[in-house]
Design a binder for this molecule. Sequence first.
Ligand code: NAD
Length: 263
Amino acid sequence: MVDVQDLTGRIAVVTGASRGIGEASARALDAAGARVVLIGRSVGDLDRVASGMQNQPIVLPADLSARGAGTTTAQAVLDLVEGVDILVNNAGIPMRRTPSQLTEDEFDEVFAINVRSLLMLTVGLSDSMIERGGGSVVNVSSVAGINGPVGRVAYAGTKGAVDAMTRALAADWGPSGIRVNSVAPGLIATAIWEESRQNVPGLIEDLQDGIALKRWGVGEDVADVVVFFASDASRYVTGETLVVDGGMARVGTSKVKLTELDD
Ligand code: NAD
């Protein structure tokens, strides 16, 4: 039987691979057989992740915040490998600001990393994928782009943009064999939540209560879905967003038992 999740011989690029969801995705792609190019800002962390991987991983330090960074990083990737089959656009920053707190500089900052560089890196690697007969782009968006979170208007805007670009690129590149999908995580206990989880009393339990599966996610919960989209298991899926949130954004968790109400 053919293993449709086997990625042996494929070359994958993962941004933000130094920790969290990116680290877990890089490890999962490597475990599935892919050779992974790890992109991030901290060489020490990227080296640590690479040292646990088996298929000759490549570490490529890059900061994706500046104008032009997506394009130059794509070129740097193509200088290192003969081509790319899989791109996981995971690097991103949060922006917790109410509408009145948010400055224009903060708006530009979060859109530069979460949207502009993501698109420019993807465009920069697309010809290589087409030359190799197609490929798979997996964008990491967020339930924040779907469910209207409080106090995160700019961040939500970036993630909604990622999902919209996912569908548009799927249309542009479908005829060339490139599939483009996104994964929208919910509450994943990574470094971006560490301080709040430690310092805000009751936060872990309160938020958990709104999740149907009654637990926060971990990076591996998202990484396994990334591998699904990267692999031939999803060969007839493109332009989709898959919510990975244990049942939160689109699943009712109200404590009111409708069965006990009079109709
Ligand atoms: P994280 O902060 O642990 O990891 C983010 C990664 O992106 C890091 O490797 C970081 O170095 C990299 N990065 C940030 N800015 C960069 C820049 N300028 N240049 C290059 N790399 C940069 O966060 P995470 O929780 O693993 O988040 C990963 C992705 O998942 C992000 O896009 C985030 O928005 C999204 N997400 C996370 C959650 C969650 O609850 N953790 C929920 C929904 C979506």
